[in-house]
Design a protein around this ligand. Sequence first.
Ligand code: ZN
Ligand code: ZN
Ligand code: FE
Length: 759
Amino acid sequence: MSERRHITVAGVVQGVGFRPFVHGLALKNGLAGFVLNDTAGVTIELEGEQPALDGFLAVLTEAPPPLARIENINCSIVPPTGESEFRIVTSHGDEQRNVLMSPDIPTCEDCFKELFDPSDRRYRYPFINCTNCGPRFTIIKDVPYDRERTTMECFRMCADCAQEYHDPANRRFHAQPNACPRCGPRVRLLDFQGRESAEPDALFAAAQLLSRGAILAVKGLGGYHLACNALDHEAVRRLRARKHREDKPFALMARDLNAVREYCIVALEDERLLSSLQRPIVLLRKLEDIPIGDAVAPGQRQLGFMLPYTPLHHLLLADSDLILVMTSGNLSEEPIAYRDDEALGRLEQIADYFLVHDRQIHMRCDDSVARTIDRRELIIRRSRGYAPQPISMSVPFVQPVLACGAHLKNTFCLGKERHAFMSHHIGDLENYETLKSFVDGIAHFKNLFAVEPAVIAHDLHPEYLSTKYAVGIHGLTKIAVQHHHAHIASCMAEHGLNGPVIGVAFDGLGYGGDGTIWGGEFLVTRLAGYERRAHLRCVPLAGGDRAIREPWRMGLSYLRDALGADPLFLGLPGWDGIAEKKIELVTSMIQRGLNTVQTSSCGRLFDAVASIMGLRHEVNYEGQAAIELEMAVREGISESYPFEIGASSPWEIDLRPAIERLVLDIQMKVSVNSIAAKFHNTIVAVIVLICRRLRETDGLTLVCLSGGTFQNGYLLERLVPALRSSAFEVYLNRQVPNNDGGIALGQAAVANAVMAGGR
Ligand code: ZN
Ligand code: ZN
Ligand code: FE
């Protein structure tokens, strides 16, 4: 008895080899019917015997193609038509805009084998790909996703490639970037003046140059990298000097997991993350006495490793057998270079040679960064490999929302129905280039996902470029969201929480709206609003941005607040190196309140402590002092410092007793490592105590931890168990960063809750 079923599949189901998979599966089960791509995703009709139909559905549900992400399968019984064949129906029209788009995918195993198989026609071809792997997001110019709307449009497929492309049984059926050495993109090796090398094998020649200590600009998937041999200390130092990057760590690329294991501790969960489809840079604890010099990641106990994710990387690493520094191709804080003309101009001062190719990058996309904590992934930068995969929302958006994100580490978010489309990493919105990439990125996302926002959410800070952008757009409902409210909401949205929860938002700086700058906050939070219930005691932040670059200014603030004393008379380490005049000047700024704001920032507290301890008085990248303070911690110390909690609401957390004791420890020559541990333990104790009090007063047991301070591994590894053993349910950001890179998701969730509440 024949039966016919109508099946619709939603999710990431286009451009991932879904139709050939369905085709093959139908043939295997002896089923007739058709499959086609449409607005909702994929529609399938199947006709045949019931057991065969059930068998088909079981495989589709349990073992779909590797890159597909099925969100929903709908199945209904329809009258049989007597069809006897199975067809792939090619779709026309431009109605595919509700379809989710795949991120860029690393070289799959099949392509990897062909790449190194001398008998394959794509042997050593650096652009080999198939429906299971290859570029997507970075080459797509418009939707629907087909070759004419990607940067592959200018390459005409040769007869062999076209044959694969049209064969439903082939792995390259409708693989839009399909190419081979005869018809596809090519690599070229140029010197810094743009002259092409005469070497027949550009990749092999590039690998040789790297082995000999050269610095290469390498065009990758989402932009240019600057590469050099990580074990060549001189080359690494030269790269630092030319790039004007003093201490910020460089990322590394190794050919495989075994190579990474020679330098770092790689736990099982790290292995999984390193070889995941996202292929982020993974921060790993480094082993003792390794030949990678300190210049790669000065002052760090960790190294950031990634595995090759394009065929070009595989070839470069196989040919050179090196560990490569692969840092983003830019000068200091500019966005990563991705257009060829621009890259040559901007990087000629840094690179000795350029390894380029003629497949254009349409969307710049930086490498993602992650680490594992508590055996699970913690994202630090969510970009290549993740974007533009949406975050699924438990509450649908009542109206389409654009959230503009934060000032630093900006990402934006477009929300529609149950999807929050988080952008790739845009960067610090501090220069024209980055602002342009923010504005262009929003236009691109609006088009790709057919979102026309009715509501625009932005930070409370009136001077942020993202706020000005939002305010400058006419006709939309604008919703200003407090920075730390957004942090907590980002965590709540990820976990489908509506609140109220105890939100602990500890980070650098965020506009409070009360004339002070926040950053050590306990907010009883619902998505639509919050109450500030406790915060770190405010101290003066003197000199605006300079107070961030020069942690000793915060050290001075805290010392004066706690001891009322001049640090020069305390005999603190390194303080004699700071000009007395400067200290006098900042002291008088603090006393007279000149160019000074009050802040409860936890990030600035870490800065202050790092400086008081003499670890670091000036920084050259964001968070450096706090990271070095974390690195100074010795494990196995359980003591902490005393603190007090004020009685009036919001409770003031007074760390003056802690600072006093900490200074005493320094004077008593207690080791830096123990002091650092005791300070971290104090922060854990503060958070646990305030959470307990809020449970007493408000009966709340859910705790959301968000904000950049919680990137601190030592802190998190102690805090989470401490809260759990006090019977709290603890939530952390997992899909978006807990730093400002995740703010946009929180803004979108808050705006939606406010709209749903009918304001
Ligand atoms: Zn492949
Ligand atoms: Zn070809
Ligand atoms: Fe923040």
